[in-house]
Design a binder for this molecule. Sequence first.
Ligand code: LMR
Length: 398
Amino acid sequence: MFGNLDILAPDPILGVTAAFRRDSNPGKVDLGVGVYRDELGNTPVPAAIREAEREMLAGQASKTYVGPAGNPEFNERIVALALGPQAVRLRERTAVIQTVGGCGALRLGAELVRASAPDAVIHVSDPTWANHEPLVGTSGLALRRYPYYDPATRGVAFERMLDHLGRLPAGELVLLHVCCHNPTGADLDLAQWSAVGEVLERRGLVPYLDLAYQGFGDDLETDVAGLRMLAERLPTLLLAISCSKNFGLYRERAGALAVVAENAATARAVETHQARTARRMYSMPPDHGAAIAAHVLGDERLRQAWQRELAAMVARMKALRALLAGRLAARRPDRDFSWLERHRGMFSLLGLDPAGITALREEEHVYMPPDGRINVAGVSEANVDRVADSLVRVIDRR
Ligand code: LMR
């Protein structure tokens, strides 16, 4: 047994963290995995989350099983956070299950689709998060790509995207990043969301929405305006929610999968399939992180405190974008780096080829995944000049 298994190549994102840890160079910089970092390079637990954790534990009378669907208060509150006023209107048509982070939600959603429509195709953006295709594709569903990013403008290739979606057959799924597109940082604007909603409706396509960064782009409301537009318009959608980044709960694996179905009867059936799928794969989700998030969302004072901390993180990421763009422009005034400031969330694509990315890692000790995505939260006042020097040296060589 197992003698036939080869050693696999490292994960494109998590492998960067491992390689970074092995590097003993004191000037090394990690622009890899998508975690928020403060000026010292730490990923803090927000104070409101710490406080909620203490209160939640103090009030926890038992650790008996919760059940495959997880914490009902978490499920209700996290969907309300995402859908806002739409959550109330759609309540009867919504089936929610707490999941093992946003990844668990994405996978569970794909399993549900396969149970209902084994021949359905899921279309993902080109490019997309490095784990989307492995995670969703392992369900057995076919995956294809739709045009999304235009390297020339560093924005969304919207005409091509819309044209492509406009030719897909009814019943297929379109995986959309709700905000802070990973890895490009290029988001749809509201007019574009509206046009996407129109084409999905006209073609009978089902949106599969990945919401991993609510509150990390601009704020908790602005970031989900496109999602809410689709929820208002379309009969069916899947929504995979992660609490990793905005609640700072990364390792606790808190997330949810919400399915808005065409009617209440279908939603009740979906609930039973969600629970059975979870039971067959891992039985039940971990409680701790979801219980913390539920507590924060249910307590006005903690919620306000958390939102202030979230706003400070966003302000810092925007400031870092401006800082890095400015330092790069100062070194190379002939080049445009304003795209760094136009992008939202933690990521932007540098547009370097694999040799450039290897040179950055091996010669400059600056780490990023093989697609050339940078996490701007890995930049700091202290390392920005070093990062800008390294990037310019490698850019100039090409
Ligand atoms: C990322 O994109 O870096 C994060 O979502 C972490 C991960 O699991 O890949």
